[in-house]
Write a protein that binds this ligand. Structure first.
Ligand SMILES: NC(=O)c1ccc[n+]([C@@H]2O[C@H](COP(=O)([O-])OP(=O)(O)OC[C@H]3O[C@@H](n4cnc5c(N)ncnc54)[C@H](O)[C@@H]3O)[C@@H](O)[C@H]2O)c1
Length: 332
């Protein structure tokens, strides 16, 4: 198959593109390579994928929120499926620059739905987020739970993507699978996320900030487990049989959580990073940040039942792998 992967210079997009190429698919990767975090890391990811793809990876730099630029970039290109994981990510930045989220996540998502419609795409898998669960108190979070109370604009745009997708599945019968990722970490990770920020600060001997006075829990999911879940979805479009899908749609639209199904206290994760770095952290306990949630925990029954998904990397194994990659990449 030839697969269009958006956000291919990003953490998850690059990892998905690499795995698809390694298993023998061809990938057309697109990304605007924006400077939300260091562009050099994004370029290095693209070079890394090119290095292991055996000539099966092509890359184009384009802003998918710009319809005419996107149409021009895709002209003459063919692909069978779409993995749309490009987006403006990050909860905290959505308080600073809300417009970036509306452009990339609303206009961008609509544009990818339109590409899928115009091309008669046989399936688009797209990224949602655990943040759609907002401050829900029922744990673990299940795809059947109500998600009408987002606490950040980032979450609101991700929920809006799910709703737009439902409409496109209804109106045009486009098979769609939305994935609510839970705190992804691992090699080639994101510099604005906890695992990276903590590792960086500990190695530099700088203090780390822990919000909500340390009362924070996250369902941490190792990148290889995320990639395995994405590929299982790519290969299994929801059936057009009118039966209710995961998440409740009776259209060709399924929603899954991809998490590790373990909620780790952040202070425990800091201990693992300290062990891997061989140094102690200087922890600054701070109040809860606006837009943030105290706890995430994924119910993964739906994706286990439908696709046999099973995460295999415990945080005790994944954190040392991340820290080892971080040290090698930075030579520290
Ligand atoms: N990493 C996580 O823990 C996590 C958790 C929940 C959801 N997600 C979602 O998963 C997806 C991938 O996240 P990630 O961690 O790889 O983030 P990332 O920021 O590393 O990757 C996203 C990529 O999309 C690109 N992009 C943004 N706007 C674009 C545009 N208008 N046109 C073209 N490219 C554009 C960026 O340049 C970036 O390379 C996102 O949709 C994110 O919201 C991630």
């Amino acid at each position: 198959m030839r697969i269009l992967v958006t956000g291919a210079a990003g953490f998850i997009g690059a990892a998905v593109a690499e795995r698809l190429c390694v298993r023998g698919d061809e990938v057309l990767g697109i990304d605007s390579v924006n400077d939300y975090y260091q562009v050099s890391l994004k370029r290095d990811r693209v070079a890394h994928v090119e290095g292991s793809a055996g000539g099966r990876f092509a890359f184009k730099q384009v802003d998918f929120a710009d319809w005419s630029a996107l149409s021009a970039a895709l002209e003459g290109e063919s692909f069978d499926r779409i993995v749309h994981v490009g987006a403006q990510a990050g909860v905290r930045y959505s308080l600073e620059n809300p417009r970036a989220y509306v452009e990339a996540n609303l206009m961008g998502h609509l544009n990818l739905l339109e590409v899928a419609r115009a091309r008669g795409s046989s399936h688009m898998v797209y990224a949602s987020s655990s943040s759609v669960y907002g401050g829900n108190e029922k744990l673990p979070f299940a795809v059947e739970d109500r998600v009408d109370h987002p606490v950040s604009l980032y979450a609101a745009t991700k929920r809006a993507d799910e709703l737009m997708s439902e409409t496109y599945a209804h109106l045009y019968g486009i098979p769609l699978t939305g994935l609510r990722f839970f705190t992804v970490y691992g090699p080639w990770g994101r510099p604005d996320m906890a695992a990276w920020l903590f590792t960086e600060a500990i190695l530099k001997g700088e203090p780390i900030k822990v919000f909500n006075q340390g009362e924070m829990w996250r369902d941490f999911t190792y990148i290889d487990d995320i990639v395995a879940g994405v590929l299982a979805c790519v290969d299994n479009p929801p059936a057009d049989d009118g039966a209710p899908k995961a998440g409740g749609s009776t259209k060709v639209h399924a929603l899954y959580n991809i998490g590790n199904h373990r909620s780790e206290k952040l202070t425990r994760v800091i201990e693992l990073i300290e062990d891997a770095c061989g140094r102690k952290a200087e922890v600054q306990l701070l109040p809860m940040q606006p837009g943030d949630v105290a706890r995430t925990y994924a119910d993964i029954d739906a994706i286990q039942r439908d696709l046999g998904y099973q995460p295999t990397t415990r945080i005790e194994d994944g954190i040392p792998k991340f820290v080892a990659w971080y040290r090698e990449y930075h030579g520290v």
